[in-house]
Design a protein around this ligand. Sequence first.
Ligand SMILES: C[S@@+](CC[C@H](N)C(=O)[O-])C[C@H]1O[C@@H](n2cnc3c(N)ncnc32)[C@H](O)[C@@H]1O
Length: 247
Amino acid sequence: MEQVAPEIQGAYAVSAEFYDVLHGAQYRRHALALSGPAAAARVGIVELGAGTGLVTGVLVDASSVPVHAVEPAAAMRTVLLSRLAAAGPEALGRVTVHTCRAQQLDLPARADLAVCFRVIAGLPPAERREVWRALADCLLPGGLLFVDRPPAALPAGPGRRRAGRARVGSDVYTAWLTERTESDRIRLDYLYLVHRRGREIRRARETFHQWPLTDEELARELGEAGFRPQDGRSPDVLRLRRLGRRW
Ligand SMILES: C[S@@+](CC[C@H](N)C(=O)[O-])C[C@H]1O[C@@H](n2cnc3c(N)ncnc32)[C@H](O)[C@@H]1O
């Protein structure tokens, strides 16, 4: 029986509804850079923290190998499975959806490409190091990992910014994000607002946390897990190769 993690099963219960409408276009554009590596995959692709499937969709469209999408939060997985169903039988037949957390995944060396976007920053340090190991375990030696760079430091002070806006019929959906330091981590308070003809008709909130990581710590953790950085890509996305053995 595949494990479900009770501590994360209910996460994104508020945000899942707003995720694609407010972030979908931008995150999908960002993920399109993975089309080339996905097309080159010959064995399999693993995506840890697949969320609603914005990145998964790009990986599936570009590839022809089995894809493993790991998503422990039920609300996000609901959108992910609906996306796969809407994509048709070929996509549905090629993607296995795992309900466990990344570090519980039992999938030894089944992939030559692994992707983990917008997940690592949200993991406490001990959990993050377990996830590096899980990524190394599911990749074949020589396999590639793409991961986005977590924030390098705590914020200088509290800050508030708009984090997405979309028109849905006669309504306007907006996300506001307030970031502040909370002990050794960053607290992110999302406020979702829906306006109809200028009048607020709904508001909803959800809070997340992120743990910053300096470039030096990041390089050390990745090296310990058996990854070597490769050249290229944008500075916010790391491209790493899985070495033949763990260091
Ligand atoms: C901000 S969302 C990013 C989703 C997707 N990767 C994207 O870029 O749109 C982070 C996702 O990571 C998942 N997640 C959090 N901890 C995880 C863990 N330990 N293992 C696997 N997924 C995890 C969450 O449930 C959530 O869906």
